[in-house]
Design a binder for this molecule. Structure first.
Ligand code: G3P
Length: 216
C-alpha cells in the first residue's frame, strides 16, 4: 500500500517526506491555484523533493492539445505522471502515452464502467474520488472494492489510487479493499499518527521513569 500526499504545497510535501512514509504526490488544478506560483516552476520543485511519482494534471480538454501539454509536463522531470480526465479525448491520449511508456493518472473516476475503460486504455493509475461520491449520497469505498475486484479478475495492470480522501478511516478502508495507493491531504496524514493511548502511554512511561530516577 503506497501513501501519496494530495497537495501542491511544498512545505507540506517536505514535512511529510521527512517522516519516511511518503511514496509520491498528487496535485490538481485547484491545489496548484491555491499556491499562487507558476505551475511548471512549482512542479519542478515538488519533483526535486520527492523521488516517487508526482501527478500533474493537464488543463486542455481536446486530445491533441492535451497530448502537447502532457508531453511538456512529462518533460519537466522523470517522475512526472500525466493526469488526464476520463473523457474520450483523455482516453485517446492515455492510449498514446501507454504505447510510449509515459505514465498516466486518469482522474475523476466515479463508476466501475469508467474504471474498466481506463484499464483497457493502459492507464498507470486511476483515481476514484471517494469523498465526492460520499458527499453525493453514494458509497465511495464500494466503488473501490468493485474496481479492485474487476482489476484482479482480469489482471489489469492499472493501479487503483484512492483520492478525495476526507478522514483516516478512508485510508484504512482503502487499504482493506486492496487499493494500491491512497493520496491523502496533509492534515489527514498527520491524523493517521494519533491514538490517545499512544499519547497517554508516552506520558506514563516518562512519568514512571522520572519518578524512579527521583527515588534512586
Ligand atoms: O486530487 C484529487 C482529489 O483528491 C480531490 O479531492 O477533496 O477536492 O474532493 P477533493
Amino acid at each position: 500500500m503506497k501513501l501519496f500526499i494530495d497537495t501542491a504545497n511544498v512545505a507540506e510535501i517536505a514535512e511529510a517526506a521527512s517522516w519516511g512514509i511518503l511514496d509520491g504526490v498528487t496535485t490538481n488544478p485547484s491545489l496548484v491555484a491555491k499556491e499562487g506560483r507558476p505551475y511548471r516552476e512549482l512542479l519542478a520543485e515538488i519533483c526535486r523533493i520527492v523521488a516517487g511519482p508526482v501527478s500533474a494534471e493537464v488543463l486542455a480538454t481536446e486530445a491533441d492539445a492535451m497530448e502537447r501539454e502532457g508531453r511538456e509536463l512529462a518533460g519537466i522531470a522523470e517522475n512526472v505522471v500525466v493526469k488526464l480526465p476520463i473523457t474520450k479525448d483523455g482516453l485517446r491520449v492515455c492510449t498514446r502515452f501507454a504505447e510510449e511508456g509515459i505514465p498516466t493518472n486518469l482522474t475523476l473516476c466515479f463508476s466501475p464502467a469508467q474504471a474498466l475503460l481506463v484499464a483497457k486504455a493502459g492507464a498507470t493509475y486511476v483515481s476514484p474520488f471517494v469523498g465526492r461520491l460520499d458527499d453525493s449520497g453514494h458509497d465511495g469505498m464500494q466503488l473501490v472494492r468493485e474496481m479492485v475486484q474487476i482489476y484482479d479478475a482480469y489482471e489489469f495492470a492499472t493501479q487503483v489510487l484512492v483520492a478525495s480522501v476526507r478522514h483516516p478511516q478512508h485510508v484504512v478502508e482503502a487499504t482493506l479493499a486492496g487499493a494500491d495507493v491512497a493520496t491523502v491531504p496533509f492534515k489527514i496524514l498527520e491524523q493517521l499518527f494519533h491514538h490517545p493511548l499512544t499519547e497517554i502511554g508516552i506520558q506514563r512511561f516518562l512519568a514512571d521513569y522520572r519518578a524512579a530516577r527521583d527515588v534512586h
